[in-house]
Every structure is written in C-alpha cells, then in structure tokens.
Design a binder for this molecule. Structure first.
Ligand SMILES: [Cu+2]
Length: 497
C-alpha cells in the first residue's frame, strides 16, 4: 500500500472518530489529556456549564431496565449521584410507551434482543431525547492465495436519533451515516469468497463493498392501542425494510468483527434501501410488519441517493418471548436487486429475487456490564428467472470474558454462485464439470481487548482469523487452504466509566 492511501485512510479514520464522538469539538479537545479515571469528573463539570442547552451524555439502556427508562436508578450510574435534580438528567421522564418502544429500534425497524445494553449516549436537547451511537474500525487485512490481497481500511458508521412525544404517541427521526466511501478506498476491501454489488462496472468478487454515506434517514411514529398493543409507521427515503435480521454492522453478536458476513446478500443486505414504507403492529410478545420499498441495491457511487419507485415488498414476523430472546422470520420479493455488471461488453443481472430469512438471537447481560450475544441465521435467495435457490447459514457469538476482553466466533456456510462472474469462459467451463454454485464454509475466531475510554469512546484492539473449507473444484483458484486475517483498532461510543 502506498503512503497516499495510508494517509487517506488515516485522515478518514480521524474524521470518523470525530463523527463518532458526536461532533463535540469540546470532547475532542479533552481526548488528549487525562485518563479515563477522570472522565466522570469532566462530564459533570461540562454538564454544569451546558445544562441549559443539553444534558451531558449519560448511561444508555441498562440490563436492569431496558424497556422503561423512567425507572432507571440514576444513583447507580457512575458519576451521577447527587445530580438527579438537574434539568438535563430527567431523560426519559416524559417518554411514553411509544417512545420507549421506538428507542429499542436498531437500523430501521429491526431490533436486537431487548436486554442488550445498547451502547449509546442519550443527551437531551430541549424536550427531545437524543440517541447517539457510533462505531468504527481501523483494519489491516490479509487474505491468502491468488485471489487474496491486503489492505488498510476503515469501516464505520454513526447514528443520531431524536425522539419526542407527539399526538399521544412517539415520533422519532433516525439518521445514519458512514464514511466508508472515503475510508474504504477503490470501492472495496478484500474478503475472500465475498460477492455482491459492483465496483467500476464489474461484479465485486472476493471483496466487500463500502456502505453509503447516507445509510439511513427515516421517520417513525408509534402509538399505543390499548395496554399491550403498539401501532408503528415508518417512512424512510433511505432505510431498512422489514426483511432479515438486524444487519451485521448493528447486530449485538457481530459487534467485534469488522468484516462483513459472507451471507450478507442472502440475509441482511437490504439494510440500505430507498423509499421504504413500513407498517408494524406489536402485540405483547410478537410483532408483524409489512414493507414496500425500492428493491435495487445501492449503486457503486456511495455518495448519492439511489432513488427509485416502490417495487418490492416484504413481511416480517418477530417474537420477543423474553427480554433476552428475539426471533424473526421474514420474506420479500426484490425487484432487480442487482445492479447490472459488464462482462464481454454486455450487461448482466439475475432479475428478481425472493429472499426468505429466519433467525434467533439471544443476549445475556453479565455482571460486569457487557452482554453475551449469539445469533443463528438462515437466509435464502430464490432467483425467479432461473428458479434456483441458494442458501446461507450463520452462527455467531460475542462473549465478554471480562469487562475488557471479548471473544468472538462466527461460522458460515454459504452457496456462492458469482465467484467467477467476471470470467464467463471459466464460469461456463466449471459449470460443465463441477457446477455453478460452490458451498463455502468459513470459520472465524477473534479477540478484542479494551485499552481504555477516551472521553466517551470505548477503544480496543483486536484480531481475528478465518479458515475456509471449499470444494476441490475451486482450489486451483484459491489455494488448498485459503484464510483471512484482520488486525484492528476499534472505537465505539459508550458512556464513559
Ligand atoms: Cu451492508
């Protein structure tokens, strides 16, 4: 990698860190001095100065009271005792049931298990409840073999939501941004066996695409219909329709893995879609959702909107049997999800796809404040034109060994049929001898160690390793024992200790 790229990635990452830090210039200044032990003190000092504008960020949802913020015991929060009377501290006090429901949303209307202590800052702005989340990685990756490569890149995202009671219900504005287009150069990062979307007019193969600058812009309105029922409307020019599990960048069990899942385009790739309209009805322990949206994936220009008509539909049925468990089954018909890519001078697409997914998610809060999260996911694409199914399976877990040590694991089995999309001759030859879909197995293990809090930024270093098992027919192109390794720095917004 040349110095120019390194500089670009570094400066992009610094920019991302600023964005992740809630764009509080004040906080940035404070980053350089002091140790984390003093930060609670800083928070309180800052809060006195600016309490009229907005309350200082305080602890997010806790394992004890994920649903009912008004029940939170402020005296348990670090640095909070004795300040209950401050105006900025009364976050959630005027939040109704609809507001509490909205605050549990992840990307779009998707939800992690309710007991997950969502890492976020919750300042107040006037009478608005804000939620600020953000995470970024600085990654050096090595991918083995003739189709592998290495790269220094930074995947990142930040989210700002604002909630206010409205007409007896709750209104919430969601926005989500990513600096991937800047910090993932050349429209890709190497990831063996990854497919989906395009770069420079060609299908991306053995590479993952960056996410769009505008990952989400949406409005929610929820209103209680009686004691146990909630009606919820969501409209997003850019958003996440009711299809699939919580997308991997926002999923509790995937939080310590910077790289994408191989099953992304079978499971949760619709997390960035346009013109999304969703109606949801929650009753007691279940929720039904229906969505209409524009089905074509974002194009490779990651800076713009990819506007289109509502031509795709999905439905999702979710259950929340307890705070620790969540499960969903969903299906959607996607109109032309793939952008055409060009081989031999003509454009190729697969046409419409019917996607079906099912998943189970479990989160167990632990005494040290972090939570053990596990997901089991299945996703299937049915290409209507060819009447063909391909499947993907995933198990992933993130286990916090201590307050500062995280173990992570992911196993994937995915049927890949686009590995030779850019080489039609080879693809045709393989189709005659070995078939056109290849079952890839990926086994990932990783570890992250927190090195401290810098203001409200939880900072850690980590690494992970993936070994792949592949059919012998494609070993000539990948080597006998393909592998991928990542070393990374991770920053995440979280209330300081
Ligand atoms: Cu994605």
């Amino acid at each position: 990698m040349n110095n120019g790229k390194a500089f670009l990635a570094c400066s992009g990452f610094a920019f991302a860190a600023i964005l992740l830090n809630g764009t509080f210039a004040q906080q940035l200044k404070a980053q350089g001095n002091g140790t984390s032990a003093h930060h609670a003190g800083h928070d309180m000092a800052d809060m006195h100065e600016k309490k009229d504008k907005a309350g200082s960020p305080v602890a997010g949802k806790t394992a004890d009271a994920p649903e009912d913020m008004s029940q939170m015991d402020h005296s348990k929060m670090p640095g909070m005792s004795g300040h209950e009377g401050m105006p900025g501290m009364k976050h959630g006090m005027d939040m109704n049931e609809a507001g509490k429901y909205l605050m549990n949303l992840s990307s779009g209307t998707s939800m992690n298990p309710q007991s997950w202590p969502m890492p976020m800052l919750m300042p107040r702005l006037g009478s608005w409840n804000l939620m600020i989340m953000g995470q970024g990685f600085l990654v050096d990756t090595q991918q083995s073999g003739p189709r592998g490569g290495d790269k220094f890149y930074s995947p990142n995202w930040g989210m700002v939501s604002a909630e206010h009671s409205f007409l007896g219900g709750g209104f919430m504005f969601q926005s989500m941004f990513s600096l991937d287009p800047l910090t993932i150069t050349n429209r890709r990062y190497p990831l063996l066996f990854q497919t989906g979307e395009t770069a420079y007019g060609k299908a991306l193969v053995d590479a993952q695409h960056p996410h769009d600058l505008i990952m989400g812009l949406g409005m929610n309105y929820a209103h209680s219909l009686g004691e146990n029922t909630m009606l919820h409307f969501y409209y997003a020019p850019v958003g996440d329709p009711a299809l699939g599990p919580v997308a991997f960048p926002h999923r509790a069990s995937a939080l310590e893995l910077p790289q994408a899942t191989l099953g992304h385009h079978w499971q949760d790739s619709t997390h960035i879609a346009d013109n999304v309209l969703t109606v949801a009805l929650r009753h007691k322990w279940f929720r039904l959702e229906a969505s209409g949206f524009y089905g074509t994936e974002p194009n490779e220009n990651r800076w713009n909107f990819d506007w289109g008509p509502v031509n795709s539909y999905s439905g999702r049925f979710s259950v929340f049997p307890s705070k620790n468990w969540m499960a969903q089954i969903s299906a959607g018909r996607l109109a032309d999800p793939e952008r055409p890519f060009f081989v031999g001078g003509h454009a190729e697409t697969h046409g419409d796809v019917v996607r079906t997914t099912a998943s189970v998610h479990y989160t167990r809060p632990m005494e040290h404040g972090n939570a053990w999260s596990t997901s089991l996911i299945w996703g299937q694409n049915h290409v209507v034109q060819t009447d063909r199914n391909t499947n993907s399976y995933l198990v992933e877990t993130m286990y916090p060994l201590t307050k500062k040590d995280f173990l992570t694991g992911r196993v994937e089995v995915v049927d890949k049929d686009e590995l030779f999309a850019n080489d039609p001759d080879l693809q045709a030859k393989l189709a005659q001898t070995a078939g056109s879909s290849f079952r890839i197995q990926g086994y990932t293990a990783g570890y992250t160690r927190d090195i401290g809090f810098f203001k409200n930024v939880e900072t850690g270093v980590g690494a992970n390793f993936t070994a792949y098992a592949i059919p012998s027919a494609i070993k000539p192109y990948y080597g006998d024992h393909p592998w991928g390794a990542n070393v990374f720095l991770r920053v995440r917004l979280k209330p300081a200790e």
